[in-house]
Ligand binder design. Structure first.
Ligand SMILES: NC(=O)C1=CN([C@@H]2O[C@H](COP(=O)(O)OP(=O)(O)OC[C@H]3O[C@@H](n4cnc5c(N)ncnc54)[C@H](OP(=O)(O)O)[C@@H]3O)[C@@H](O)[C@H]2O)C=CC1
Ligand SMILES: CC(C)CCC[C@@H](C)[C@H]1CC=C2C3=C(CC[C@@]21C)[C@@]1(C)CC[C@H](O)C[C@@H]1CC3
Length: 418
């Protein structure tokens, strides 16, 4: 049976009040963005054009489509995988196994959607359904998070996350109580983190591109760039799926409303904001500017992938020739910290690359509106907050060695600035 964590576990996200605020603010922001993106003025900070009633938001067809999508992704998750990876060691010294077949799921989904389109699947009709789909996803994640909360009631104490077990219902519902909720070998958090939302984002983008082609004869260059960049990002995440097993989402955070809503609603419906904006507000983009934006995305991707791969290779095999020459700091845990290469430049080079890419995704939308830059603003806040959380956890894990790392590499994300 689940027991509550010790009284000293620090509360995050502003405690119960912050969690309650975010429970309302996150869905409200998502609907605001969806409504504003299709409005004429498209003002991020202005009021929404109208407040949709239940007859606009609720659609059994949208719910059915969402459930079919989740079912399809779950079926693809259960297909034989090219590899089964082991996760980090758990409190009880065991390790869970995870199928590595996310990229396969993306390719098979693309084939199925392609096949569907060839026999008349109206993908271009999807943009009109985004509001009811987002509403269905919101209701589904509230119900899902409640079920996850209830499941944690009967989980053994060793299965609980370090946070999310404060005893406060709202806080624990938001953060998530159980670390790796599973039914048999089906891992809900791992499944949600990379599959339905991330792959859904790509296909929502594609639907917006198809709709633009139907409306204007062909997709705009700006729409191609946004689709291409974000497909690269999602394809990369699924190709390197195993890397997710060492992220704080999998190793530290419980699975509750924050991640369930983030994965299943926030990612597909707000990360596709640039493509939504472009459908309703076409932007001229010349080839020279497009080339500059491609270069910015390439630089961002180079840093992001270089940093992530360097750390992942080092963590898997420190004597790999590509990392064995790097300078390191030993820690009391037996693990080492890289202090040269990408990780000697700033303490989170992968975040820097990710932020540069975020900028490249918004630039095709021009500079006439702030709305398409919402992702850059939100993502900066998310990564600054995430960096602080990671820093706290690393200080706890590595103590003096972490302090030494901070002394040797003083900047967190942006060299000489932050
Ligand atoms: N698009 C989006 O919405 C989001 C994208 N991301 C992206 O996902 C990726 C993963 O991010 P995230 O999980 O936050 O964190 P990181 O991949 O940056 O992992 C942080 C961990 O890396 C290890 N580490 C830190 N410094 C060093 C060092 N010098 N040498 C060796 N290991 C070190 C530590 O863990 P240990 O020592 O235990 O290995 C630390 O806890 C990033 O590229 C990020 O940009 C993240 C969040 C949201
Ligand atoms: C809006 C909420 C307050 C927070 C929601 C957070 C989630 C949207 C993100 C938490 C960590 C994420 C990661 C990714 C996507 C966004 C979420 C789920 C990636 C899968 C994106 C692709 C990268 O290559 C890996 C990322 C891991 C973390």
């Amino acid at each position: 049976m689940a027991s509550l964590q010790g009284p000293r576990a620090p509360l995050e996200f502003g405690g119960p009040l912050g969690a309650a605020g975010l429970l309302l603010l996150l869905p409200a922001t998502m609907f605001h963005l969806l409504l504003v993106a299709r409005s004429g003025p498209a003002r991020l900070l202005g009021p929404p054009p109208y407040l949709p009633g239940l007859e606009v938001l609720w659609s059994p067809r949208a719910l059915l489509l969402l459930l079919t999508w989740l079912g399809l992704q779950a079926a693809l998750y259960l297909l034989p995988a090219r590899k089964v990876a082991e996760g980090q060691e758990l409190k009880d010294k065991s390790r869970l196994c995870y199928p590595i077949n996310g990229f396969q799921a993306l390719v098979l989904t693309a084939l199925l959607v392609g096949l569907g389109m060839s026999i008349g699947l109206p993908l271009g009709a999807l943009p009109e359904m985004l509001l009811p789909l987002a509403f269905a996803a919101t209701i589904t994640t509230f119900i899902f998070s409640f079920l996850l909360y209830m499941k944690a009631q009967v989980a053994p104490a060793s299965a609980l996350a370090p946070g999310g077990n404060s005893g406060n219902l709202i806080y624990d519902f938001f953060l998530g109580r159980e670390l790796n909720p599973r039914i048999c070998s089906f891992d809900f958090k791992y499944f949600c983190e990379l599959r339905p939302g991330l792959i859904g984002w790509v296909f929502i983008n594609l639907a917006l591109l198809v709709q633009e082609a139907e409306q204007r004869g062909s997709p705009s260059l700006a729409m191609w760039l946004v689709n291409g960049f974000q497909l690269l990002y999602v394809g990369d995440a699924l190709w390197h799926e195993e890397a997710i097993l060492t992220t704080m989402d999998i190793t530290h955070d419980g699975f509750g409303f924050m991640l369930a809503f983030g994965d299943l609603a926030w990612v597909p419906f707000t990360y596709s904001l640039q493509a939504q904006f472009l459908l309703y507000h076409p932007q001229p983009l010349g080839l020279p500017m497009a080339a500059v934006i491609c270069l910015i995305n390439a630089i961002g991707y180079y840093i992001f992938r270089g940093a992530n791969s360097q750390k992942n290779t080092f963590r898997k095999n420190p004597s790999d020739p590509s990392v064995s020459g790097l300078e390191t700091i030993p820690t009391a845990t037996g693990r080492q910290l890289l202090v040269s290469g990408w990780w000697g430049m700033v303490r989170h080079p992968n975040y820097l690359g990710d932020l540069i890419m975020a900028l490249a995704w918004s630039l095709p939308c021009g500079v006439s509106h702030l709305l398409p830059y919402f992702y850059v603003l939100y993502f900066t806040a998310l990564l600054v907050h995430r960096e602080a959380r990671d820093e706290r956890q690393c200080l706890q894990k590595y103590g003096r060695a972490w302090q030494e790392y901070c002394r040797r590499v003083p900047y967190r994300i942006l060299p000489y600035i932050y």
